[in-house]
Design a protein around this ligand. Structure first.
Ligand code: ATP
Length: 440
């Protein structure tokens, strides 16, 4: 198979689409913008919710061996001391002596040259920069009140291991899953929402008997790769890449990344790691709690090993958008169409009265009311119908439901399919059934 190549123009196209159509806005834009964070607009918030919902569905709802958690974002230093983050959660940073900018040295294309001003030989020696944000809890801002914003959701699962074990009556193999915000003081945020200082993660810690960890690692690599494929990422744009021995963290015996072919090349969407018993042991040592499982079948206590699939919701949403973007020529004009999976599309249907005439609007409202409880629907009565179809194509709405003057006679509507542009005439009484066959 020919090696796929990245499409550098796609980056600007997607950023432009996101801003113009209300997927993603620059944060604090009216004050000049805030480079390291983004706001999700009316369409982005729907897309992101759908991405997270699909993750939760496959990781929690569809499994009897995984339960959910929503742990706090703020936590005391003890957690991060035990996890090793206070000492080790660092990136190597260099300063440019010419222009004063700072960069992550392990991501430099040319280790000698400043990526900002291009000067060679002006970069300082790398020093380790800790990525955790800290603040103070309570009215006194002294060191005793120092707390950290979590840089990953994972530690919430480890420190609640015993609570969940007790409360849920699960036993290994079982998992704890969590979706939520994480914060990292990235040295160089960039590539739009790919690397930001505030982002959302979808992580699961799967606790297993030690001798089964290798098999479970393989299982989760395969399952997580498949999740992106099932939701419509093109097979040639997503791959699993095993880390080489030099890339592995000291506690990990195996790690694979799910990578996507971004406009700048292959880059990480998710990491799946075999973390051994490192995390539970560290927290047991530091807290003095026994973080073990007692197996009544063998009469033995053991520390489960952990397989962790850790994904970024915001990165995944960007990859889904990029993979779905398509253009074609229809009647001598370019048609932009986001071929998003129906489960991810911000709106699953759009209700469009042909005109704003008083006679059509109440019928269209009735159609909207008929569908809104089950599907996320847009309602749009502005502009010519052809332009409204194009707007819906561009944001990935799978079906458009048009109310026209014939509707007043036959109580039927025209349903147009985003991908084929085929149109069906469907009686309003049959409409929910018709949509149910075509939408999840
Ligand atoms: P990188 O090497 O890109 O900094 P990482 O390997 O440190 O990422 P993990 O700690 O494994 O990332 O985090 C799991 C997932 O969380 C990543 O695969 C990514 O999807 C997401 N993620 C991590 N950092 C960021 C960030 N700054 N912005 C957006 N998403 C992020």
């Amino acid at each position: 198979m020919a090696q796929p190549s990245p499409d550098p123009d796609l980056f600007d196209t997607i950023v432009n689409l996101c801003v113009r159509r209300g997927f993603v806005f620059r944060s604090a834009e009216i004050y000049g913008g805030f480079r390291s964070a983004y706001d999700y607009g009316p369409l982005g918030v729907l897309l992101l919710r759908n991405v997270k919902e699909q993750w939760w569905r496959s990781m929690v709802q569809m499994r009897h061996d995984v339960v959910g958690l929503d742990a706090s974002i703020l936590s005391p230093p003890a957690v991060w001391e035990a996890s090793g983050h206070l000492d080790n959660f660092t990136d190597p940073m260099v300063d440019c002596r010419s222009c004063g900018t700072r960069h992550r040295s392990d991501k430099l294309e040319d280790p000698e040259a400043c990526p900002e001003c291009g000067e060679r030989g002006r970069l300082t020696e790398p020093r380790q920069f800790n990525l955790m944000f800290s603040t103070h809890a309570g009215p006194v801002a002294d060191s005793a009140a120092q707390v950290y914003l979590r840089p990953e959701t994972a530690q919430g699962m480890f420190i609640n291991f015993a609570n969940v074990l007790r409360a849920s009556r699960k036993r290994p193999p079982f998992g704890i899953a969590q979706i939520g915000k994480s914060f990292r003081n990235e040295i160089t945020p960039g590539n739009f929402v790919f690397r930001t200082r505030e982002f959302e993660q979808m992580e699961m810690e799967f606790f297993v008997p030690p001798d089964t960890a290798g098999d479970w690692f393989e299982h989760w690599c395969e399952a997580r790769h498949q999740w992106y494929l099932d939701l419509g990422i093109k097979p040639e744009s997503v791959r699993l890449r095993a880390h080489g021995a030099d890339e592995l963290s000291h506690y990990s015996s195996a790690t694979s990344d799910v990578e996507f072919l971004f406009p700048w090349g292959w880059d990480e969407l998710e990491g799946i790691a075999n973390r051994g018993d490192y995390d539970l042991r560290c927290h047991a040592e530091h807290s003095g709690e026994r973080l073990e499982y007692f197996d009544p079948a063998t009469g033995e206590h053991y520390v489960p090993h952990v397989i962790e699939p850790a994904a970024g919701a915001t990165r995944a949403a960007m990859a889904f958008l990029m993979s779905a973007y398509d253009t074609e020529v229809v009647n001598d004009a370019e048609r932009v169409v986001l071929r998003l999976d129906r489960r991810l599309a911000p709106y699953q249907a759009a209700v469009l009265p042909l005109s704003r005439k008083d006679v059509l609007v109440p019928v269209a409202q009735r159609v909207f009311d008929l569908l809104k409880g089950r599907w996320s629907c847009d309602y749009d009565e502005t502009q010519a119908i052809g332009r409204r179809y194009r707007r819906q194509d561009e944001i990935g709405t799978p079906l458009c439901v048009t109310v026209d003057f014939d509707t007043l006679e036959d109580d039927a509507v025209t349903v147009r399919d985003r991908d084929t542009m085929a149109q069906d005439r469907v009686g309003i009484d049959r409409l929910p059934g018709y949509l149910a066959e075509r939408l999840p």
